[in-house]
Design a protein around this ligand. Structure first.
Ligand code: 2P0
Length: 331
């Protein structure tokens, strides 16, 4: 019998992934960049038991039994086992039980699938003793999961090959490069979203002209500027590019037909507040970014957190204490 446990944190993209050129292999139409949170507040935890005594494979997610036959789970498992083929003949022949849980809302646009599949693939890799690149395997579970394999600031290279071998994540700089950076998550709504990212982005590929313009003309140049601003710890420019990219991503969502509407009135109020706050100082001190949901992720330096949070609490008096979660030690 063998038991392994892994944890993996969520990542928050500052250059967004949206749109696939290959749906089975999960190959994106543009590069993306994120920071992996350096905290246990928002992470997935997966334990896998392999035993000759198990009669069948089993999978539990957040305490509820799920099908083991899901395509993405099967793709990840098949690829890990293929790479492990000569390493662990005994363990490879045994059935497995997978138990996975997230300590934050699942499928509410808070990157749960990213942490979930990064964690699952890390645990499978540990179970079967495979070493080396595994971000391409995590990508088979969920595109954004490949970025959560690494800590710090991580770029997912879209790759050029049709087999997907070069569509991998790479660390740009470790979190220690910019230790003053923090992320605040303002939870506007933690319910499961109506439009999944997977179906929304495919509709964007099928119907949005702006999406193609973005991937061809905007992302390559913006990516280089973003990496330079992170390497130089130039918060003002980093914040500008982050907000522009979030806004353009949501513009492509609205350019989709029928549109994908993820931000709501509260989300727009938060973005307005951030711009007003930044104008007071004539420089950017906070950056918002919104994923496929209404919740705001704010990048901010440690020195500005206390003051900005007092403004947030004044403008949006919290009905419950845990509406605003302050995540420390990030990225
Ligand atoms: C991102 N998102 O870069 C972007 C920003 C949402 C908005 O990656 O179909 O759940 O599993 O590959 O990874 C969400 O997409 O989609 C996502 P699949 P995934 O973080």
């Amino acid at each position: 019998m063998k038991i392994v446990t892994c944890i993996a944190p969520v990542n928050i993209a500052v250059m967004k992934y949206w749109g696939k050129r290959d749906e089975d292999l999960i190959l994106p139409i543009n590069d993306s960049l994120s920071a992996t949170l350096n905290t246990n507040f928002m992470c997935a935890k997966t334990t896998i038991l392999a035993s000759p005594d198990l009669k069948e494979n089993k999978f539990w997610l957040n305490g509820k039994e799920e099908s083991f036959e899901g395509k993405r789970l099967q793709n990840c498992l098949r690829e890990v086992q293929r790479r492990a083929k000569d390493m662990n003949p005994d363990v490879l022949g045994w059935k497995i039980a997978i138990c996975s849980e997230n300590n934050f809302p699942t499928a509410a646009g808070l990157a749960s699938s990213a942490a979930g599949y990064a964690c699952l693939v890390s645990a499978l890799a540990k179970l079967y003793n495979i070493e080396g690149e595994i971000s391409d395997i995590a990508r088979l579970g969920s595109g954004s999961a490949c970025r959560s394999i690494y800590g710090g600031w991580v770029r997912w290279h879209k790759g050029e090959l049709s087999c997907g071998e070069d569509s991998v994540a790479r660390q740009v700089v470790p979190s220690s490069h910019w230790p003053e950076m923090r992320v605040l998550i303002l939870v506007v709504n933690d319910k499961k979203k109506k439009d999944s990212s997977t179906s929304g982005m495919q509709r964007s590929v099928d119907t949005s002209d702006l999406l193609l313009y973005r991937s061809d003309k905007i992302v390559p140049k913006r990516m280089e500027e973003m990496i330079t601003s992170i390497k130089n710890k130039d918060f003002h420019n980093f914040a500008k590019l982050t907000m522009q990219d979030s806004n353009q991503f949501h513009a492509t969502c609205l350019d989709t037909y029928p549109p994908c509407v993820y931000m709501n009135d509260v989300s727009h109020s938060i973005s307005g507040l951030v711009h007003k706050y930044n104008e007071l100082f004539d420089e950017n001190r906070v950056a918002y970014t919104f994923d496929a949901g209404p919740n705001a992720c704010l990048y901010i330096l440690e020195k500005d957190v206390e003051e900005f949070l007092s403004v947030v609490n004044y403008v949006f008096p919290p009905p419950e204490v845990d509406q605003v979660e302050y995540l420390t030690g990030m990225p």
